[in-house]
Design a protein around this ligand. Sequence first.
Ligand code: GLU
Length: 466
Amino acid sequence: MSQVITRIAPSPTGFMHIGTARTALFNWLYARGRGGKFYIRIEDTDRKRSTTEAKRVIIDGLGWLGLDYDGDIISQFERAPRHIEIAETLLKNGKAYKCFCSNEEIQKFKTEAQKSSKSTLFKSPWRNTDPSKHPNGPYVIRIKAPGSGETIIQDKVQGKIVIKNDLLDDMVLVRSDGSPVYMLAVVVDDHDMGVTHVIRGDDHLNNAARQNLIYKAMEWEIPVYAHIPLIHGEDGKKMSKRHGATSIEEYEKKGYPASGMRNYLARLGWSHGDDEYFNDQQALQWFDLHNIGKSAARFDLKKLQFLSGQHIKNADDTLLLNQIIDFYSKDKKSIISTEKVELLKSGLYCLKDRAKTFAELIEKAQFILTELPIQISSDAEINLDKFGLKMLETLTPQLHNVRWVREDLEHVCNSVAESCGVKFGKLASPMRSALSGQTKTPSVFDMMLVLGRDITILRLNSAQGI
Ligand code: GLU
């Protein structure tokens, strides 16, 4: 088989919908898994919406997701002359015709058809008119649809779709202002780009039949189609803001790792047995069109969070550290000092466990990122009552000479707790407050080990006003 070529063809809407991201991922997986090419074409013919910013959102979204593409990004708008050229070719070959009907005439046709319960699909009187009889007025170019018979689409996801040709009108290819219509642009672009597989939302299934007319008229090879079901919210309705964030950018901002997002999006409508958690290599190896489900996928935030957590937990430390530093600087608009980066590095082992997002991981890393004097939250403050401070007073001197290893620290803390007549948990609370200013942190031993003796003692003293 020839090289696989896929594409994502988003229209710039101002944000990148999670469904578009998933479509892009499916196309990327399919092409990259087969040594093929993956292109981006921006369908920017709607000039009002196609701002630089709207295009940037798409490119950034794909960039964040880590979906690399081949060649240059193609602008559909810039290819308009080529679309017109094809319409002209169809005219020349007698596969299309000039129609001089006004909107009023078309409307009149439809009203009359409706009255006499006939098909309202417009039948232009110009279809078979000899061009020598053409007037000099404005015209549109229409394709000559077959009118009878059937159009069959062999869809890799939806199966065999049969559309009666009498339901397909002589659609307009070029408007009277000379601009090509979207349906023509898509076909010409896909053909010229050599697209072999069109993987897109099933809201485009109806378009496929109409687009087929153009392929057939040009005698071009029809690509393999895979129309994937849309994403629904947990209530089974089309995914919208009510169900959670719909734009991919929001997931980036919330600190989901791109690898977790890729894993989750791949599972959204596609499956490989019972595998939930997998990496890119596995996805690339496994992904195929026949495992895409026919029914709408349901967005499940809990699953995304679970997978995201797994990806953080299993991430390579150096890579994860860089991602966290990057996320932090974007989120907090400030940088992490080299000193703290070193601490983060040594603390990653206890931070990466159970953090569902980078934001959560950073939250857990507050004991590292914070500075003296530590801001103590109101919850944490409660533990620094008289008795809590008394316990810290007993503990601190004993930390000067203890070997700074988990076992010995545990031993000292347990004996201090015992001498204060409490279980260790009771001592841990003021320690936690003093070391981090918070109540939700890694274990006090992990914090002590990561911070080291000097910082630990400084913070315990500081809580006691020393
Ligand atoms: N521009 C269309 C969209 O954003 C996609 C068209 C296609 O994939 O053929 O939904």
